[in-house]
Write a protein that binds this ligand. Sequence first.
Ligand code: ZN
Length: 406
Amino acid sequence: MEVEDHYALLLGINSPWEISSVDLKLDQHRVDVVIEYSDDGGACPDCGVICPKHDDRKSRTWRHLDTMQFSTYLHCQLPRVRCKAHGAKSLEAPWAGKNSRFTLLFEAFAVRVLTAARSVEEARKLLGLNWHQVEAIKSRAVERGLKRREEVAIHFIGIDEKQFRSGHRYISSLVDLNGGRVLDVVEERTEAACNTLISRALTTSQQAQVTAVALDMWKAYANAVTEKLPQADIVHDRFHISQHLNEAVDQVRRKENKQLVEQGDERLKGSKFLWLTNEENQKEKHAETFERLKNADLKVARAWAIKELFRDFWSYGDADSAEQHYEKWYAWAIRSQLDPIKKKAKMIKTHLANILTYFKHRISNAAAEGLNSKIQTVKANARGYRSFEGFRNSILFYCGGLEMAP
Ligand SMILES: [Zn+2]
């Protein structure tokens, strides 16, 4: 068997495509394989009618999987056929996707490496590609994956905002909570953006099948959901609510610390995380300090206790008992004389109906917690994204649960 035949087998190249030469450049660690088209006709790519060959296009190059550490390139002058109905048409290379500079096998391998590597940079180096080539492979992979997505019923979704780059640029994401995958992301966090997001992520019939949506208490999102998904319950996300309460505790602490320091009392210095960490997760070495602080006559200790009491809300078995607990909690919070706490208590009161829906559906955006950390990784890698499109591609590539092989 000639080396050309070996390569034909390796590359899966069949008649009328033939390997005419294999050029091994030892010093450059490189193999160049030239492929020719041996037939004098072929099927028109538009209508499939067999037509006579017209001419050859100029030679093109595709990167293939390395063979024994040798970079392997395919070269071919793709033939054109002359169709009576469609004119001169180039035949497509069976070993590559349209407009790709890589063979299908190479792209399939690159997608695997990219999904397995810890960072795009690591994958890029392993594959010997530049940034643009990697982005093009990811973008084609996402396109294939989105086309293959099946229209299944998705009952529980989460809509959430994420910061994109530094500053105050936001994106909105729509997550399939049971499937643990991001369905789509859009720029901004306005009502219009959220409308667009819902239309892009879900078909009209999928929209009609949504049962409940986990959301922060963000008016723009709630408006969009009410308009686009009128049958769906809104469930204000419990982790956003605890974030709000933590914020209030922190505001109380900062203000009180300032006042105390002016009087020479430094008890609250460096105590920020003690108040924000759940008590059961507190490190042992801090236990004694925290025990003393939380029992002291401090405003922040009161704010903290109020926040802690609200945590019990979520452990009730039904909405009625939870609401009774809330009533007691609210009475305490609103009389606390702590403005940040009172403000959050009022916010919770306004949204109570859509917080109690939690006991019917038990969903939250943190159900997709693994997903959120994946998105964080994409964000950490996002410094290089000049455009939102590149960022969207990356999120869908890593978090979209797509079937992306060529
Ligand atoms: Zn034709």
